[in-house]
Design a protein around this ligand. Structure first.
Ligand code: SUG
Length: 448
């Protein structure tokens, strides 16, 4: 049976703004308070989805969330009508209002960890929504994420959904941003590679000194257990704490993998040789030949990787077996990175082509091409069981483009977030969206 890797891209929500909310994420911090353009952000994301669809990849779309999250503000003690809750928060606790308005659910690489059916004990595709509990504005995403994922992957014969891990720092879980799957073919058992930033319970693992390590070893291990992965199908590795302190807040800012290939920076991991040998050995036992491309620090410094998001790229397998790298425009703007990419495609290796996309609106908050997509490997039967409303087609692209143009503002600053009318605009847009994507009722305003 044929199998596919389907990329589900997060649709940018109507409140996209630069809140400066992510300590340790250099772009989020440095663009804090700048005015954003939600309409442009959503259209940039849709353009990437359309381009991939037109290249022959199966492309899906993941809906944004209801913002401002009035229920979250109520749980923090604000009361009265929805408009009063927003006005009170604006007056007394602006950072909380800003957090409750974040469109951060667009970075769906953080929505969940996904294990394909070929790897799991019960032969179903498993999803665990990420608790994202390192940042308040992201910790409020997972209940809606779970509902949206269940509306997309509803058939319990094929899909299993797990609630987010306990919401404490010891189980900090950032989903697929720290998870990669290697395989010979998407439909065959593969090796799931979990990268953690620190251990919560074992002091032998070093931790970063400056910025938080968001993913813990214990969270990764719990997800592997929940998904029923076997020991010979998993590898756990530690991210180099020194690069976290340079702004690499997720592993997908310093490495990307697909099929049998890992593309990574020389400084990405601790105990790299041991890790590579384990990946080679375990993938070998599953019929694959592990390969790695290491980018030396002498050619691309960590700082350049963080600025350009070279590794936050999408590594895609094409029908002829070659690979395509989808990179953000910022890679072309960095001379060292761009020169490296020219050498990479010239050298007859597995990466045959590089395609550049303008995702500036998302990039300014630290989200590149890979942050914007959740990968789900599916066989033909499973793909047929996915809610067809979320699979990108040319007519769906047109409908979503018109929907964005009708509902989104082209400018968003902090003052705009204090406008109670924004909530009504957002709800009207999302109500229409659930009909377009055939999701049913998934948002708090539709349920309560
Ligand atoms: O969690 N930025 C996100 C970016 C997530 C990128 N995802 C991956 N690398 N997979 C974060 O730091 C910024 C929001 C703001 O500052 O307005 C933010 O949440």
């Amino acid at each position: 049976m044929k199998s596919y890797e389907v990329n589900f891209d997060g649709l940018v929500g109507p409140t996209h703004n630069y809140g400066g909310l992510s300590y340790g994420n250099v772009a989020s911090q440095s663009n804090s308070q700048q005015s954003s353009n939600p309409r442009e952000a959503a259209l940039q994301g849709l353009a990437k989805m359309k381009a991939l669809m037109e290249m022959g990849f199966t492309q899906g779309v993941l809906a944004p969330q209801e913002r401002p999250d009035v229920a979250a503000l109520r749980s923090l003690g604000f009361s009265g009508s929805d408009a009063q809750v927003i006005q009170q928060a604006a007056k007394d606790a602006m950072p909380l209002l800003v957090a409750s308005c974040s469109a951060s659910s667009m970075w769906v690489a953080n929505a969940a960890t996904v294990s394909p059916s070929a790897d799991t004990a019960d032969g179903r595709v498993h999803f665990t929504a990420a608790n994202l509990n390192c940042k308040y504005h992201r910790s409020i995403e997972h209940p809606t994420t779970t509902r949206v994922l269940k509306a997309m992957f509803a058939d319990q014969q094929h899909f299993a959904h797990h609630a987010a891990l306990p919401a404490v720092a010891q189980f900090g879980d950032e989903g697929a941003a720290n998870h990669t799957r290697f395989c010979h073919d998407y439909g065959q058992a593969g090796v799931e590679f979990f990268v953690f930033g620190r251990s919560a319970f074992d002091t032998r693992y070093p931790a970063p000194q400056k910025y938080p390590a968001r993913q813990t070893l214990e969270a990764s291990q719990a997800v592997a257990r929940l998904h029923g992965l076997s020991e010979d199908g998993v590898v756990f590795a530690q991210q180099n704490p020194a690069v976290i302190d340079q702004g690499v807040f997720h592993n997908d800012v310093i490495a990307v993998g697909n099929g049998e290939l890992l593309f990574y920076h020389e400084d990405a991991f601790l105990n790299t040789e041991h890790m590579l040998a384990e990946l080679h050995d375990k993938l070998g036992r599953r019929g694959g030949r592990f390969r790695a491309i290491c980018v030396p620090r002498a050619e691309v410094a960590v700082e350049d990787a963080v600025r350009s998001y070279l590794f936050n790229s999408q590594l895609l397998s094409r029908a002829d077996g070659s690979m395509l790298l989808i990179v953000p425009e910022e890679c072309r703007g960095n001379e060292r990175v761009w020169q490296y990419l020219q050498r990479l495609i010239a050298d007859d290796g597995p990466v045959a082509e590089v395609k550049v996309f303008d995702l500036k609106q998302s990039m300014q908050n630290g989200g590149g091409p890979a942050c914007l997509r959740l990968r789900v490997a599916l066989n033909e039967t499973e793909l047929a069981a996915v809610n067809p409303g979320v699979i990108m087609t040319a007519p769906l692209y047109d409908t979503l483009t018109q929907w964005v143009e009708k509902h989104y503002r082209d400018r968003m600053s902090e003052t705009d977030l204090t406008d109670p009318g924004l909530l009504l605009e957002c709800r009207a847009a999302l109500d229409e969206l659930t009909k377009i994507l055939k999701l049913g009722s998934v948002y708090p305003f539709q349920i309560n």
